[in-house]
Write a protein of this length. Structure first.
Length: 327
């Protein structure tokens, strides 16, 4: 890898790196303030699955004694609609920053992204994205110098699970817990509900299981489905991350995926399903609820969450860089 300081070497990431990777992220969190606390199990799910070719899609940067000082990943997001989305992720240990490691890793990521673009969707334009939380301003500067520009702003929001309003009744709609026999129906409803959202992509069964309902953090009993005429019209999928609970001392129900089919919007389904999920979390002993929202969500979700008592705690900026079709 070009541009690394003397004494450092780059090699492919392997499954054996997840312990060191989790330790690196824990060391970086006080400075970066991502709000995410990742343990070995979480990172294993993210790196080791059927969607990632870890040795080709990941790079480790090590000191001469073998210590992991940085890592980088490139994720080709399937189900492309208007463009091929490729997410770039990585972290440099705070003690090694300011030496050009991040720049070298970003150069490698852009090269790997070009390979994935040619492999997966050469007939579509590619769009590489980097998520920058407020504590990582230097990453934003690095992205800008590499040709990225701010594209979207995502708010992390929370609310305590006290003083909850009652769950309103919605005529013709039944609120029920998520069950596995409806998993694929929920997946298809999610794809349809987000078809008009910025940067959305179809989730096939493999991606759906790897990133959503197959995760160990997923909590079916805290998730809610809204049924209209017996079919899924809306859904709220909840997750509890043990690493977050250990780090903060608070158990949070994170509402990871929320949606209502276009034809069912405007009936109060979203409010009712979210409140039902909040009541389920409170009954299970959770302390808070959290979610992330595109502040320009076309359904007005940002305003809805504020009306339901959620407040913003940080805003992440998604930076993006486009490439023309490769073919």
């Amino acid at each position: 890898m070009h541009g690394l300081p003397a004494g450092l070497t780059a090699r492919p990431l392997t499954e054996d790196d997840v312990h060191a990777g989790a330790e690196l992220m824990a060391a970086a969190e006080p400075a970066d303030d991502t709000g995410e606390h990742v343990d070995v199990g979480d990172l294993t799910e993210w790196w080791v699955n059927d969607l990632v070719d870890l040795p080709r899609d990941g790079r480790a940067v090590c000191a001469d004694d073998g210590t992991l000082v940085a890592w980088a990943m490139v994720f080709s997001l399937g189900g492309a609609r208007e463009d091929h989305r490729i997410a770039l992720d990585g972290r440099v240990h705070p003690g090694w920053r300011g030496r050009g490691i991040g720049r070298a890793l970003l150069d490698w990521q852009l090269g790997r992204a070009a390979e994935l673009h040619r492999r997966d969707h050469p007939d579509l334009p590619a769009r590489m994205t980097v998520s920058v939380p407020p504590g990582m301003a230097s990453l934003g500067s690095l992205a800008r110098r590499a040709g990225f520009a701010p594209e979207r702003w995502y708010a992390d929001m929370e609310r305590p699970l006290t003083g909850l309003p009652e769950v309103p009744a919605v005529p013709g709609v039944q609120l029920v817990p998520y069950t596995r026999d409806r998993d694929d129906e929920v997946r298809r409803a999610h794809n349809a509900a987000f078809a008009d959202h910025h940067g959305s992509a179809e989730r096939d069964p493999t991606a759906w299981a790897s990133w959503y309902t197959g995760q160990r953090a997923f909590r079916p009993e805290l998730s809610v489905l809204a049924l209209a005429d017996g079919a899924v019209a809306g859904y709220v999928l909840a997750y509890v991350y043990d690493a977050d609970t250990r780090a903060t001392g608070l158990q949070q129900s994170h509402l990871g995926q929320l949606g209502v089919l276009r034809g069912a919007r405007g009936r109060g389904i979203a409010s009712a399903a979210i409140l039902a999920a909040l009541h389920a979390a409170a009954a299970a002993g959770c302390d808070t609820a959290g979610l992330q929202v595109d502040t320009e969500n076309p359904t007005g979700a940002f305003g809805l969450y504020r009306r339901l008592g959620f407040t913003g705690i940080r805003t992440r900026v998604q930076w993006a860089c486009s490439r023309p079709p490769a073919r």
